[in-house]
Design a protein around this ligand. Structure first.
Ligand code: HEC
Ligand code: HEC
Ligand code: HEC
Ligand code: HEC
Ligand code: HEC
Length: 367
């Protein structure tokens, strides 16, 4: 059955495709990354943070600031939903309901802090100062930090983790980008490339991360007509550093396996692989569950070029690869370790077909 939501999304997608076609016909070459458009400056900016001597209409005071960096009406967190509403059509990263979350999950403490003694459900970014309870708990060492090469960001732990910049995930990572605001500058207007404003950094140069984003960031969850398409590299030893998993390895290098023996040793996996083909592993690809919500894949080469965010035509297990976000989300979830699913309910021999068992056919029970 095709629900109303699907129909609405389908017609939305058709509209988007028509608009995209119109843009192409007009010969316009826009920025490769989504940039803000069709919104007037003053939906987002205020020149003096003052109107008739008062704070301007629409100004969001989300902290002690009476004026925000880059002359905006709200801070980074204010625009992105910390007070419940967003500015300029920004994705809300503080959704309180699993059903209204976007692809990265949520930073809302009511979700990630539901179990009082558990703080391991979220990236504890320091920009969020309103957090209470254990989501403030800090992991003093970044798990899987690669200390061998010095190629990666040297974020010691939660005490140093920010939304953007050289101690953060989004934006540029130069040493001079020592705040989230400095790191993000230029991205919203398409000045830089990168899936979800993400770039890899090797200490001297940046590499935009590839990916095809759902136009509404998978609002209300991914489905066949609306899902992100993740990019994977051509195997673990590839050095292009342009995949979503390479991006995670910026801080969690040891878990990605770009140095010999980190992930595979003596012909055995010693950590879970990423970037590798499901089909090359001899998986019964017919039985692997294609599920963009619970165990999405990454793609490389022509497989990547042929998959789209608005249908499932080429989204198959052929060419599918494991990515960090096959199991994890990026911001926070209601599950331990920012997982997409509750690991505690994945039982060998059961007929569950999501999460681990979405891919690992051999561990499912007879159906
Ligand atoms: C939907 C929100 C939104 C709208 C509309 C918008 N901006 Fe921005 N703009 C931002 C945000 C957020 C930043 C700061 C972060 C960044 O640079 O990515 C920014 C940064 C800037 C910057 C500094 C960074 C850069 O790219 O040079 C300039 C200049 C700017 N805006 C000018 C404008 C002008 C002029 C307009 C209207 C034509 C406009 N903006 C409309 C959100 C918006
Ligand atoms: C003035 C409001 C405003 C501020 C301030 C702002 N954003 Fe945004 N942001 C937006 C809007 C609006 C969009 C949606 C742009 C679009 O339609 O693609 C957006 C989109 C994004 C995206 C998604 C890009 C994509 O691929 O679709 C990211 C990531 C992001 N912002 C990060 C940040 C970070 C990090 C900061 C602060 C350091 C920040 N933003 C500050 C309004 C804002
Ligand atoms: C800019 C550095 C940075 C990047 C990039 C990064 N992380 Fe992290 N991550 C950290 C730090 C620091 C911690 C430990 C503190 C915390 O939990 O917030 C952490 C913790 C985690 C945890 C454990 C959560 C917990 O609290 O126990 C998981 C899971 C995780 N990261 C997954 C990912 C994935 C998946 C990606 C890519 C989508 C990623 N990380 C990208 C810095 C980063
Ligand atoms: C096959 C699913 C899967 C994939 C793929 C995966 N993870 Fe995990 N990850 C887990 C599970 C499950 C845990 C919980 C701890 C455990 O069981 O080992 C975890 C835990 C973590 C932790 C916390 C470790 C700690 O010490 O607390 C980090 C950080 C992390 N993953 C990052 C990553 C990164 C980065 C990638 C990609 C390079 C990745 N994961 C790929 C399933 C996965
Ligand atoms: C996106 C698909 C996918 C998901 C989801 C996934 N795996 Fe895997 N897993 C793989 C692939 C592909 C391999 C490599 C198999 C090979 O090379 O034989 C692998 C390898 C493994 C191995 C090593 C097997 C060996 O032969 O040494 C274990 C154990 C494992 N996965 C457990 C898990 C668990 C537990 C989860 C859930 C937390 C999980 N996997 C989720 C695709 C997946």
């Amino acid at each position: 059955m095709i629900g109303l939501k699907h129909k609405v999304e389908k017609s939305f997608t058709i509209l988007v495709s028509l608009l995209a076609a119109a843009v192409m016909i007009a010969g316009f070459s826009g920025p490769a990354s989504p940039a803000v458009s069709s919104v007037v400056c003053d939906d987002c900016h205020t020149m003096h943070a003052s109107q008739e001597g008062q704070l301007p209409v629409g100004f969001v005071q989300d902290g002690s600031e009476t004026a925000h960096a880059h002359l905006t009406l709200a801070s980074c967190l204010g625009c992105h939903g910390i007070n419940g509403s967003t500015v300029g059509g920004a994705p809300n990263i503080f959704s309180r309901m699993p059903e209204t979350m976007t692809a990265a999950g949520t930073f809302a403490s009511i979700v990630v802090d539901r179990a009082k003694n558990d703080y391991r459900k979220v990236h504890n970014v320091r920009d969020i100062t309103t957090w209470t309870n254990e989501e403030q708990e800090q992991l003093y060492t970044t798990p899987g930090i690669d200390t061998s090469g010095g190629r990666y960001l040297d974020v010691e732990g939660a005490s140093e983790l920010y939304c953007a910049g050289n101690r953060g995930c989004h934006g540029r990572h130069d040493e001079s980008c020592d705040t989230s605001n400095k790191g993000i500058k230029g991205f919203h207007h398409g000045g830089y490339e990168g899936y979800r404003y993400l770039q890899f950094y090797n200490g001297s140069s940046h590499t935009p991360i590839k990916g095809k984003g759902s136009p509404d960031w998978e609002y209300e969850g991914a489905d066949d007509y609306n899902h992100n398409v993740y990019y994977a590299m051509d195997g673990m030893s590839a050095t292009t550093n342009d995949s979503i998993s390479a991006f995670c390895a910026l801080c969690h290098g040891d878990l990605h396996g770009d140095d010999a023996d980190e992930v595979r040793s003596g012909g055995n996996w010693i950590r879970h692989p990423t970037e590798n083909l499901l089909s090359a592993a001899g998986f019964t690809t017919d039985s692997v569950i294609v599920d963009v919500m619970n165990n999405p894949f990454g793609f490389y080469g022509t497989y990547y070029h042929d998959v789209y965010t608005h249908n499932m035509n080429n989204y198959t297990t052929e060419g599918a690869r494991v990515v960090c976000v096959s199991c994890h989300r990026a911001h926070g979830t209601e599950n331990h370790d920012i997982l997409r699913f509750d690991y505690g309910t994945q039982k060998a021999g059961s007929n569950v077909t999501t999460g681990c068992l979405g891919c690992h056919v051999g561990q499912r029970g007879e159906s």
